[in-house]
Design a protein around this ligand. Structure first.
Ligand SMILES: [Mn+2]
Length: 309
């Protein structure tokens, strides 16, 4: 399905008139990518690939959208002249959707977009300008805790450091397997950061595995949560075209379990999510299809929670 030249997520019928239950916000932002390029084409590729995703999720008896109103927004306009302008324009683009009246799912774009997103999230009634209330759950191969990368402080490699600077209360990182000594130091010393390394999660040598402990922790989060899903947290074989694919990452089913566990957290409310560093796999379309499956799972879990309410 298409409206005014915009294809809709999952090929669903477009609801041009609000209010909406869920909005899909494509942000084709790419400015500081260090290794491989193409994330600016990621959101569109993901929406194209989503037309191949099944609309049935076992959590519900009927096909998506299960009577919920979903709006696929026109993409953020990436014609900006510099980084500063890009960041403030992303924030402006997202702000109208952050008032808690609909569930925003952002498709990116490089991970640097999280900083302006979190600026916009301040207006959410559960945050009410106080970012220390927020827990960010970050799926990622990288810690993104550097102070600068290639001389840039607002980059995909520094974005978690910047949101902590902005006042975010807690960050739970899952799947990290590539980081610097500077980042290791923060992971060890900053009480706000709790990191589950891919190696510990995936090499299970204990009676009570780290994986089970991690799942237990995320089920017990309290308060508002923002989920930031860098697709390179998945094993590189699932996302071969992302900016920096890394071996030894999360399996597809592992990621599904994380998302379902988060949405089952009784004392928490997931106020929105972004799926970022999407790119396009020439020939197989695997990278964008993996991203579309993750985005669909998030959307389905949100709907399942709200059907039962
Ligand atoms: Mn990242």
């Amino acid at each position: 399905m298409e409206y005014e030249g915009v294809k809709t997520f999952l090929g669903l019928e477009e609801n041009i008139e609000g209010p909406f239950d869920i909005v899909i916000l494509p942000i084709p932002y790419e400015m500081t990518t260090s290794y491989r390029e193409g994330t600016e084409f990621g959101p569109k590729a993901c929406i194209d690939a989503s037309s191949q995703v099944e609309l049935y999720d076992k959590k519900m008896e009927v096909d998506l959208p299960c009577g919920f109103k979903i709006h696929t927004s026109k993409p953020w306009n990436n014609e900006v002249s510099n980084l500063k302008e890009a960041l403030s324009s992303i924030s402006k683009f997202c702000t109208p959707w952050m008032d808690g009246k609909q569930f925003p799912i952002i498709l990116g774009g490089e991970h640097g977009l999280l900083f302006p997103l979190i600026e916009a999230v301040k207006i959410h009634p559960r945050i009410n300008q106080e970012l220390e209330r927020l827990t960010i759950v970050q799926i990622d191969a990288h810690a993104d805790l550097r102070d600068e990368l290639n001389g840039e402080r607002f980059s995909h490699g520094t974005v978690i450091r910047r949101v902590l600077d902005a006042g975010v209360g807690n960050v739970i990182q899952i799947g990290v397997r590539t980081y610097s000594s500077e980042e290791e130091e923060i992971i060890r010393n900053d009480e706000r950061v709790n990191t589950w390394f891919a190696r510990d999660l995936i090499n299970i040598n204990h009676n009570l595995s780290d994986w089970d402990l991690m799942i237990e922790e995320i089920k017990n989060i309290e308060g508002p949560i923002w989920l930031t899903f860098d697709v390179d947290g998945l094993d590189g074989s699932l996302v071969p075209a992302t900016g920096t694919p890394v071996p030894g990452g999360l399996s597809y089913w592992g990621s599904i379990e994380i998302i379902e566990s988060l949405f089952s957290a009784k004392g928490a409310e997931i106020i929105g999510a972004d799926i970022n560093e999407i790119s396009t796999s020439q020939g197989t379309n695997l990278t964008e299809f993996s991203a579309a499956l993750i985005a669909t799972k998030i959307l389905a879990c949100h709907i399942a929670n709200n059907i039962s309410k």
